[in-house]
Design a protein around this ligand. Structure first.
Ligand code: AGP
Length: 606
């Protein structure tokens, strides 16, 4: 999730571009750069690390001029954070910045190398500018060279291009956000409103298939036949902070609603050819997985530990490899059995959790292989690992983890399928096809937010909740309980539904509602019996059930329906209503939803 900013107008724009990148800081980044066109010369300034490093580079140069420019903050996906991988990327006559993932960049890279192009970075994005140069040199003009390039790209992209041959900025997008800002001083293009809100409040939200061609005197939007397209100009009267949250009251609500995109982004470039291929870019572990791997240990804290439990069910069910899951704070002190045939998988959104990092260092001392799952590029835990699988959730600002959790599950699902493929050469394509439907199914549940809000109004005064689920839904019950307690401060605990008879059912009466997952997959009939036992003791029940279940309403007080999916994929959907319910209850109670009391986003101390 990178940030892009562009400008073309009457003013020198280096400060406009740097200010825009600063306002996109919440999107996270590990390197940054700008390119300016001045009198037929394009000058690039790039720096690794924080934006202040780029500012240092630019402010150390005299006469930084140019009234046409593009800029980029990078959230690395292909190629480590470094100056050479930082955008903008250039060819002889063009410079581009890109937000997204080019899924077919390997084919494009081979094509460019065969045509004698010198590749200077490890990124997928660089292939875009070389393609534009290639087609330009086939006697196409700027616009048609761009259009020809677009038709070769597969994946997600928001791209800005400038040329040293003419004073023009071209922009295009697919599955990545881009907006235009209009003012008398010039025209702005950016990933998001906050980047340019200081300069205008007149915006055009671009759509896939739009080609934007901007000069100092004109801005037009066309299709790929260069036929003009209609567009609406929106006037926004909002504060910069409100702009970062978009139309959402809290970052947590924004991040819950981003999960369709973040799960899709995490699958992108890994599930290929509609589910026929799987590529995780960890082939350096293949021989170990095939010949030596005997046990997997997943270690994490909090929500990440819940995704670890999901990992146990998925990896053991799909790949038939034994998996232990341990709280990192326990694992690091219990003198565990570790050896060179053990693969340790630390899961961490921040990559900085002290207990998880300590567990990793302990495992390394025992020569265990480390494969980390993390959301922050090049953070401490990935740096200690033999291999890393990143979640592409983008920065998670809300302390309560939501999109990081579902993207962790996304990575784990692919990892389970990958282990099986390496060990048996069999790829479970049916599961991959089901996974590709998850973003759409998550969206369907997000559309039931208003109904879930009414449930939070009905239940927010209770002081205790029980969360129940079986099989893969038990870790989801744990996650639902954690969400409620950490943001609304209401006591909640979770159990495997089958555990009720062994004590917890003594808690049930009309003052203790139960949130129970009774979807079609994991032991439906048995969970339904548990539900009936609760009702028989006057307990109130909110059920999560599968669409089309005609009987469930007769057995409980309230039902939230989720789309039907494969049993193994139910956790991705069943957690969404619980996230929303917790958020609305907390918001009604007026707690500090994004920064709950006593909590920190990353627990970097024991
Ligand atoms: C989850 O909502 C909490 N914020 C917390 O449990 C968190 O998951 C835990 O601290 C682990 O953090 P990490 O994923 O950054 O390692």
């Amino acid at each position: 999730m990178c940030g892009i900013v562009g400008y073309i107008g009457n003013n020198d724009c280096s400060d406009i571009l740097l200010d825009g990148l600063t306002k996109l800081e919440y999107r996270g980044y590990d390197s940054a750069g700008i390119a300016l066109l001045n009198k037929g010369i394009i000058t690039r300034y790039r720096a690794n690390g924080k934006l202040r490093n780029l500012k240092k580079v630019i402010y150390s140069v005299k006469n930084v001029e140019g009234s046409i420019g593009i800029a980029h903050t990078r959230w690395a996906t292909h190629g480590i954070p470094s100056e050479k991988n930082a955008h903008p990327h250039n060819s002889e006559n063009f410079v581009i910045v890109h937000n997204g993932i080019i899924e077919n960049y390997r084919e494009l890279k081979s094509f460019m190398i065969e045509n004698g192009t010198k590749i200077s970075s490890d990124t997928d994005s660089e292939m875009i500018v070389h393609l534009i140069e290639y087609y330009y040199k086939k006697n196409l003009n700027f616009e048609n060279a761009v259009i020809k390039t677009i038709k070769k790209l597969e994946g997600a992209y928001a791209v800005l291009v400038i040329s040293k041959l003419e004073e023009k900025l071209i922009a295009f997008k697919k599955d990545s956000p881009m907006i235009i800002g209009l003012s008398d001083e010039g025209t702005y293009v950016a990933s998001d409103v906050p980047a340019i809100l200081s300069y205008t409040n007149k915006f055009i939200y671009l759509n896939d298939g739009d080609l934007v061609i901007i000069t100092k005197s004109d801005m037009k939007i066309t299709d790929f036949e260069l036929s003009p397209k209609e567009y609406n100009i929106k006037t926004l009267n909002i504060s910069p902070l409100m702009a970062e949250k978009g139309e959402y009251k809290h970052f947590m609500l924004k991040e819950i609603n981003e999960q369709s995109r973040s799960v899709a982004d995490t699958f992108r470039g890994r599930i290929l050819k509609g589910g026929d291929e799987l590529d995780l870019d960890i082939s350096n572990l293949d021989s170990f997985i095939k010949n030596d791997l005997q046990k997997i240990v997943i270690t994490a804290c909090g929500t990440s530990w819940h995704s670890g439990l999901i990992g146990k069910y998925l990896i053991e069910s799909i790949a038939r490899i034994p998996v232990e899951v341990d709280y990192a704070s326990e694992y690091r002190y219990r003198n565990p059995i570790l050896d060179k045939n053990t693969l340790v998988i630390p899961i961490s959104q921040s990559g900085e959790t002290a207990d998880t990092l300590a567990a990793v260092k302990m495992a390394k001392k025992e020569d265990s292989k480390i494969l980390s799952i993390c959301n922050v590029f090049n953070s401490s835990i990935p740096r200690e690992s033999d291999a890393v699988l990143y979640t592409y959730a983008g920065p998670e600002i809300g302390v309560a983890s939501t999109k990081a959790f579902t993207t962790q599950m996304s990575v784990i699902l692919l990892l389970a399928l990958y282990f099986k493929k390496v060990k048996t050469s069999v790829l479970d394509k049916k599961i991959l096809e089901g996974a590709l439907l998850l973003p759409e199914n998550i969206n369907k549940i997000l559309k039931t937010s208003e109904y879930i809000f009414t449930l939070s109004q009905k239940y927010h005064l209770y002081s205790d909740f029980l969360y129940l689920g079986r099989g893969l839904n038990f870790p989801i019950a744990l996650e639902g309980a954690l969400k409620l307690k950490e943001i609304s401060y209401i006591h909640a605990e979770a159990y495997p539904a089958g555990e009720m008879k062994h004590g917890p059912i003594a808690l049930i009466d009309e003052n203790m509602p139960t949130f129970i997952i009774v979807t079609d997959g994991n032991n439906y009939d048995k969970v339904l019996s548990n539900l009936q036992e609760i009702k028989a003791r006057k307990g109130k029940v909110i059920a999560i059930a599968t669409e089309g279940n005609k009987e469930i309403k007769d057995f409980c007080d309230d039902v939230i329906f989720v789309p039907k999916t494969l049993n193994l994929l139910e956790p991705f959907l069943n957690v969404i209503p619980m996230q929303l319910f917790s958020y609305f209850v907390a918001d009604i109670k007026g707690t500090d939803v994004d920064q709950p009391r006593n909590l920190a986003k990353s627990v970097t101390v024991e």
